[in-house]
Design a protein around this ligand. Structure first.
Ligand code: ADP
Ligand code: MG
Length: 682
């Protein structure tokens, strides 16, 4: 028996060339091969009489060869083989191009199983290049459900199939990790059967069952892992904070806090007074005032003699935080410093020295803040603003760092509860569900192309009143997907033809990080009237003077994403607007977009998005904090997700530390998953 960790080159027919092709698919070991799951299936189990074959629908049929195949040499490089076949119902002519194999193998008077699609023309039906197998052969390409694998150039589906079949024959499938009780409760295949059936299902239904099992397994492992991280943190004891009088802090604020902000601060206060490291997510819509909640947490830490690291996703956001927080804190005798990559070496050295000597209390920067070169005298609280780039394993790593600092993560992306459990199962959650008073909601409209002149006039009007506008496009450059607006082209059009007298600027994801930041900073400083952008502005800088956002081809975005984008305006005191344009007249699309015009509740919108588009969007590339799911990505099944979560929570409670073979194998898998996640995130 071979082992799952053995290299693929162990297999017959897999030499250096094949190995390289497999490597392109991240397949190195037999285990990788066995975990290379089909992206779909073709049902080739049913045999159909020739008479019943339908044009353009590939099917299997059993037929006898009625003559000796005749090959005609049409021209150089083109040989044509024709053969007549028949079953009890009808006759059919098969045509093969350059197929020596068919010409030699098909024998007069013998029966074969064919698989192909009928094509019809005026002279009747025929079939081109069907695959075929002799009746007495082992079914490989016919008489079965054929798995279709993700492939790479040079590697055929048949070769992949053969390699996987070999691997399955020479080694055991990955061990069972789901407890029997769970499998029984949720009607789930055991591991051995699931792996066999995902690659060689006896029916489409069995393939579905196998897929369900593997999806369940992935979710189960992931949520169990989160629960374990959480449980292991709960064992860590640290000194509880002493009570801090917050009045001085409140008095320093330019406004009274909202009830929701106070509630979140209350929850944080409890966490830090508990004697355990805090792990809390603050979720609140853009503009709900999360920064001040973070500031309160920082105040508690500093008043307890500890330092704080505040990480922002971009340098410019870090600078913005530094400005507002130093203004707030310096009168209170609290020293904030900025540490970013674009500072000079000398500046950085000075700041690092202050931090290591404890001469600065709050360090604001990007993720580089937590690199090994930055030493803190006494780091007690880490705040991550916009959590997406601060994933599970970074969080896990943090708790192992130094003396278990408290962690506060802030997110402006409302995520439905089920998904939140999956993404932040290791965190407690506070929700800020109230906007500061006087905030006007962003008036949102959905219009078609016939409104173009009015949109342009409206942009001009906003600019004339001294305000700025965002115009968001779904693509950076023009591509095959004609008809959708590309930021580069549209910026050009707006500047050259529509608003030659205004200042139009461009920002998109293909620009260098520093270029993007410079463009964003320039716009924030009022150096342009109109900023044409892609979704890069989603997580971004406060531009209170921006009062209008036009989102082109809005149907190209998810609702949550649109909501997120819309949050870029309405940040000052002025009435703000969002105009969604679309060419799409599909009623479902229109009603989806109209929902956005009616509500500003991010959670409601997220739920709607989940219902309409499934969880895929929430797991998009933006959410880099999540591991890549192998099967789960392919078909996100919400019910399976919920079941797996429930089951894993139960398992942790009852069997989390047990020594059954399943429990041991599961803990091993969890370890591997979180290691791998880490690798893809750094
Ligand atoms: P978030 O980070 O949640 O998107 P911010 O913390 O940046 O929101 O706050 C958005 C704006 O609202 C800031 O200009 C901030 O000063 C202001 N703000 C925050 N809390 C209040 C409040 N309670 N009352 C009035 N304005 C507030
Ligand atoms: Mg913020």
């Amino acid at each position: 028996m071979a082992r799952l960790s053995d290299p693929v080159t162990l297999l017959k027919g897999v030499g250096p060339t094949k190995a390289k092709q497999f490597a392109a698919l991240n397949i190195y070991t037999l285990g990788d091969l066995i975990c290379h799951f089909p992206r779909g299936y073709e049902d080739r189990t049913r045999l159909i009489p020739i008479e019943k074959l339908e044009a353009d629908t590939p099917s299997c049929f059993r037929a006898m060869v009625m003559n000796t195949p005749r090959t005609a040499h049409i021209r150089k490089g083109l040989d044509l083989t024709r053969v007549q076949v028949a079953d009890h119902s009808a006759r059919l002519t098969l045509t093969f191009f350059n197929n020596k194999f068919a010409a030699e193998q098909l024998q007069y008077g013998k029966e074969y199983i064919f698989y192909g699609a009928l094509s019809g023309d005026f002279s009747g039906y025929s079939m081109t290049n069907p695959v075929f197998e002799a009746m007495d052969s082992q079914p490989v390409t016919t008489r079965r459900v054929l798995p279709i694998y993700p492939l790479t150039s040079g590697l055929s589906n048949a070769a992949m199939l053969k390699a996987i079949r070999q691997a399955m024959a020479v080694c055991d499938t990955p061990p069972e990790i789901l407890p029997e009780s769970v499998r029984r409760e949720f009607g789930i295949l055991d591991a051995g059967r699931a792996y066999a059936a995902i690659h060689e299902p006896s029916s489409m239904a069995e393939a579905e069952l196998a897929k369900k099992r593997l999806i369940f397994e992935e979710f189960f492992v992931f949520s169990a892992g989160l629960s374990l991280i959480r449980a292991s943190r709960a064992e860590k004891r640290i000194p509880a904070y002493h009570t801090v009088e917050l009045n001085a802090f409140y008095d320093a604020l330019p406004f009274p806090l909202t009830g929701a902000q106070k509630r979140a601060i209350g929850e944080i206060t409890q966490d830090v007074s508990s004697g355990f490291p805090m792990n809390r997510l603050i979720q609140g819509d853009v503009g709900s005032g999360k920064t001040m909640v973070a500031a309160a947490a920082a105040y508690l830490a500093v008043k307890n003699g500890q330092q704080v690291a505040l990480m922002a996703p971009t340098e410019i956001l870090a600078e913005q935080h530094q400005q507002s927080l130093s203004k707030l804190f310096s009168p209170l005798g609290i020293r904030t410093v900025l540490l970013t990559g674009s500072m000079t070496a000398k500046q950085k050295r000075e700041v690092r020295e202050q931090l290591s000597l404890g001469q600065a209390d709050i360090a604001i920067g990007t993720h580089a803040l937590l690199s090994d070169t930055t030493q803190f005298a006494n780091l007690g609280l880490v705040i991550a603003d916009e959590q997406h780039r601060f994933g599970v394993s970074q969080r896990a790593k943090l708790s192992g760092k130094g003396n278990d600092p408290h962690l506060l993560v802030m997110s402006a992306t409302p995520i439905p509860r089920t998904l939140a459990l999956l993404m932040y199962g290791d965190l407690e959650v506070s929700i800020i569900d109230e906007l500061p008073p006087g905030r006007k909601s962003v008036d949102t409209f959905l219009v078609g192309e016939s409104y173009r002149a009015r949109i342009n006039a409206f942009i001009r009007k906003q600019v004339q009143e001294g305000h700025q506008c965002f115009v968001v496009c779904p693509a950076v450059e023009e591509n095959e997907d004609l008809g959708i607006k590309a930021a580069t082209v549209w910026a050009d059009t707006l500047q050259q033809t529509v608003f030659p007298d205004l200042r139009v600027m461009l920002i998109h994801g293909q620009m260098k990080g520093s270029e993007k930041e410079a463009a964003m900073a320039a716009f924030a400083q009022g150096q342009a009237d109109v900023l044409v952008a892609t979704t890069v502005i989603e997580v971004g800088v406060d531009v209170p003077n921006a009062t209008l956002m036009v989102i082109e081809d809005a149907d190209r975005f998810g609702l949550s994403q649109l909501h997120q984008l819309r949050g870029r305006v309405g940040r000052g005191g002025h009435q703000s607007y969002c105009i969604l344009t679309t060419h799409n007249r599909n009623t479902e699309t229109v009603s989806r977009l109209k929902a956005l015009c009616k509500t500003t509740d991010g959670f409601k919108i997220a739920e709607e998005d989940l219902k309409m588009r499934g969880p895929g969007d929430f797991f998009g590339s933006r959410q880099s904090g999540l591991p890549t799911f192998r099967v789960a990505n392919l078909s996100m099944d919400l019910q399976t997700l919920k079941d797996a979560q429930q089951a894993s929570a139960q398992w942790i409670d009852t069997e989390g530390t047990s020594d059954t073979p399943e429990a041991i194998a599961l803990r091993e898998r969890i370890g591997v998953l979180f290691q791998r996640t880490e690798g893809t995130m750094n």
